[in-house]
Design a binder for this molecule. Sequence first.
Ligand code: NDP
Length: 466
Amino acid sequence: MSDADLLSTISADSGTPVHDPATGELIAHAPAGDVATLEEAISAARAAQPAWAALGDDKRCELLNAAADAIERHAEELAVLLSREQGKPLNGPNARFEVGGCVGWLRTTAALPLEPEVIVDDGEKHAVLEYRPIGVVGAIGPWNWPMMIAVWQFAPALRMGNTVVMKPSENTPLSVLALAHVVNSVLPDDVFRIVTGDGEVGAALSAHPDIDKIMFTGSTPTGKAIMRSAADNLVRLTLELGGNDAGIVLPDADPAAIAEGLFWGAFINTGQTCAALKRLYVHEDIYDAVVENLVAVARQMPMGVGLDENNVLGPLQNRAQYDIVAGLVEAARESGARIVLGGDPEADQPGNFYPTTIVADIDPDNELVTTEQFGPALPIVRYSDVDDAIRMANDSPVGLGGSVWSSDPEGARDVARRIQAGTVWINNHGAIDPRVPFGGIKESGYGIEFGVQGLKGLGVPQVIMN
Ligand code: NDP
């Protein structure tokens, strides 16, 4: 199948227009789903679930691996479409990387060991804990890593014997429809259904009495709305709600050695990543050297249209996000912060390009520091006492990830333990792994994804005791 064939198979003659965020050009129309389409998909997924569960774990894992093979066969078409719709370049840790991540995630999810757990076996009593399918899982996804996050939601759900109804973001429906088309070429009918549409369809999915669990990745306000609408049915929830991850650079770090890691920690996917480095605290002894080295790396990273093989940074996916980033940087400038790089977007461009921006000597209470910018603008705060840096890092309603940068990994671990976040990385930021549990604390949500713990979140525990 060529790029054009895949796109014409999944798109509609009329429906929701989808534009390329780099050029403003129309890519195609996505079918316009609604609550009636959703009803049909949920009832089909419900009917398909018993047979899917009855296939057994080995067969389901075999099919997840077959889905990975199918994605590999269509990897380039999928990457091209993802690049055009989301904006991320083909190269760098972007579109090809994301499609490769889908393959790796499926294979690893299929290989995770999930054995019955013997809890008591003392000669008198025997209690074993096993996991059963929940039923039909509703999945609601965002626009930043649309394919990868879709796999994070549907792969463990299917492995555990559930069927899935997924609503992609209205900003990136084509990427998810294309991925599902490829995956569904090897899965039984109705095991994995996509319904396009807006937030109203998402709200109807999360309130539906025939949905047994919701997997959601997106904003905290929408996460709260989902919790409210899921309450009547006591629907189980996994909520991954983004964050405002802090990085702390200790005085013993080597500014040149950490510069590239800091750059990709903050600017991966042009900053549109839930667990990206969104505010950086640097000790005064090495502050200027860290800023200088980071700017030097940033200057070497070309931004532009994703299909140009040279680029490693792209546009913001949508104009609303562009406006948020531009507004935060302008307010920081007006407050007296120093714009060391960027901050000067081209006016009247057809795309949503906001230049790589580094803001130094910024007040820790500035909004660019305290809110999630979700774009290519990194604020760098100067500190003199590490206790202060930890206090500022923790002074946030969210807690998804964090990082500590140091030449002494043991000392860095001590600081890491004091940071309020679901994951703290040492000398990198955001390196996730399908075997390693991932989830937020505070208003970053709850529930664990990935690894064996992630699988358990997509089953219901059952104890069998005699
Ligand atoms: P939202 O939380 O609004 O959207 C995420 C998903 O939820 C989309 O599929 C959306 O549908 C759907 N949705 C919207 N309203 C409801 C509802 N009431 N019930 C159920 N589902 C609903 O995120 P945005 O796209 O608006 O982005 C806003 C902010 O969220 C960003 O600025 C960023 O800070 C953060 N964000 C975090 C992400 C992360 O990875 N954690 C990813 C994306 C954004 P639709 O798109 O069709 O409206």
